[in-house]
Design a protein around this ligand. Structure first.
Ligand SMILES: CC(=O)N[C@H]1[C@@H](OP(=O)(O)OP(=O)(O)OC[C@H]2O[C@@H](n3ccc(=O)[nH]c3=O)[C@H](O)[C@@H]2O)O[C@H](CO)[C@@H](O)[C@@H]1O
Ligand SMILES: C=C(OP(=O)(O)O)C(=O)O
Length: 442
């Protein structure tokens, strides 16, 4: 992690965001494509020998750039043409992947499913992603082994060995892992086997990737509400597909409107993929309505404190909890936030406290889904936030402090921007369009 380097006159020697807070947001913006759909969609597109053209990929994101490099190094062809991404896996060779690149993104894990599909040996150095707790991969290994692929694990990484998939297999995840579900889809979709996966993840981003795979000719169906059946086909064909828009950015804008007492219309957005979050924030007092191809959000009255517990979809999204914390800093009353998915997800609270928030994080006396000790944040809604220097601890933690800075009095400077920019390619532009005083200083 790059630490902010400051001299005695408070100069910062790395890019940072400068925000003058306290301006009510006002206006209309359009959502970009979703990072967490685009990353798996790019890998899915490399399951075909033919060209798959992806539209609405947030090409400016650090994670998209890293994944593209990683895929190209291992023989796939992923190239930017204008605002499109053209992908093909025809020359996929697997082999030993670049540790530095793989170690920067969580979804390098999905290359296991891709390589299994092409029956290519592959060594994946340990994957990275946000530092938000113990991010295990045992379910990925379990699933690939269930499918009949030989896997070896070491401290250095994961080795997928050449093997033949089983003809018919049925198994269940004890937790509906997002990445694990995608790896099953990728490994099974062209394998000639019939795979039944119980307790699969059903996030909108997974549904989006399934739609892409189906448009490539894959045979995938939900046989029960949480059970997927994949019948491996011989070949996947090329297609054109538009990636869904980013519901986490929609949530970021809603939270920012809430803390600045503003109003905004977010186009290319729908509350249907944010039902639990919208229900919670309406209860807190925000007005959130569906409008033509979008959402209109408006602050109308002081917010009240609402408790949240994160859960797998359709529960309250762990990626959105940092934004809820920021909103609750401005609410009347005390609320608790219980994080059950990722044990290390509260690092940003220390940064919010520097901005004047009163948040106490403590052990919750329960286990997160990964077996680690879970934590609870207790947020005292003081309504007061004051600008200062803070850093982006991770993607959503970074968004939470930036949103808090928009609702604070005075100037804030946010460093460690690389993290924020892994998930938000045009953070500055979105909030400038809504009237915020925000600039990136290089
Ligand atoms: C790029 C992307 O889309 N990332 C998202 C994805 O990450 P990711 O795919 O890593 O999320 P998972 O659903 O797999 O992980 C959630 C929890 O399950 C645990 N687990 C996971 C796999 C495994 O084999 N064993 C295990 O115990 C993890 O340690 C974590 O505690 O979903 C997370 C949970 O919604 C989001 O926070 C991330 O933004
Ligand atoms: C945690 C996130 O991403 P990743 O899994 O890529 O680290 C995120 O998008 O908030």
């Amino acid at each position: 992690m790059v630490l902010a380097l400051k001299n005695k006159t408070n100069l910062i020697y790395e890019p940072y965001l400068q925000i003058e807070g306290g301006i009510p947001l006002h206006g209309e913006v359009s959502l970009p494509g979703a990072k967490n759909s685009a990353l798996p969609a790019i890998v899915a597109a490399c399951l075909s020998e033919e060209e798959v053209v992806l539209h609405n990929v947030p090409l400016e994101l650090n994670d998209v750039k890293q994944l593209t490099k990683l895929l190209n190094q291992a023989g796939a062809t992923v190239k930017v043409e204008g605002d499109k991404l053209i992908c093909s896996g025809r020359q996929w060779s697997g082999g030993t992947l670049d540790g530095e690149l793989a170690g920067k993104i969580r979804h390098s894990l999905l290359l296991l499913g891709l390589s299994a599909n092409w029956r290519a040996n592959m060594f994946l150095p340990l994957p990275g992603g946000c530092n938000i707790g113990s991010r295990k991969h045992d379910l990925h290994v379990f699933a690939l082994q269930e499918l009949g692929f030989a896997m070896e694990e070491s401290e250095m990484g994961l080795h997928l060995k050449e093997s033949q998939p089983k003809k018919e297999v049925e198994f269940e995840f004890h937790y509906p892992t997002f990445g694990g579900t995608l790896n099953v889809l990728f490994a099974a979709v062209r394998s000639g086997s019939v795979v039944t996966l119980k307790n699969a993840a059903k996030n909108p981003e997974i549904i989006d990737v399934i739609q892409l795979l189906q448009s490539m000719g894959a045979d995938i169906e939900w046989v029960e509400p949480k059970t997927l059946r994949v019948r491996g086909v011989e070949k996947l064909k090329g297609t054109d597909y538009t990636v869904m828009s980013d519901r986490i950015i929609a949530a970021t804008i809603i939270a920012a409107v809430g803390v600045t007492k503003g109003q905004a219309t977010i186009r290319n957005a729908t509350t249907k993929v944010l039902e639990e979050e919208v229900k919670t924030w309406r209860e807190a007092g925000l007005s959130i309505e569906e409008v033509d191809n979008g959402i209109h959000v408006e602050w109308r009255k002081p917010l009240k404190a609402v408790d949240v517990t994160t859960r797998a979809y359709p529960g309250f999204h762990t990626d959105i909890q940092p934004l809820h914390t920021t909103l609750m800093c401005k609410a009347q009353g005390t609320s608790t936030l219980t994080e059950t998915i990722l044990d290390g997800r509260f690092a940003y609270c220390e940064e919010l406290n520097k901005l004047g928030a009163t948040i106490e994080v403590s052990d919750g006396g329960f286990q997160c889904v990964n077996g680690a000790q879970g934590q609870i944040a207790r947020i005292v809604g003081t309504g007061e936030l004051r600008g200062t220097d803070v850093m982006a601890t991770d993607i959503r933690g970074g968004a939470a402090v930036a949103v808090a800075a928009l609702g604070a009095t005075g100037t804030s400077r946010i460093t460690n921007l690389y993290q924020l920019e892994r998930g938000y390619g045009n953070f500055t532009e979105i909030f400038q369009a809504l009237g915020a005083s925000i600039v990136k200083i290089n």
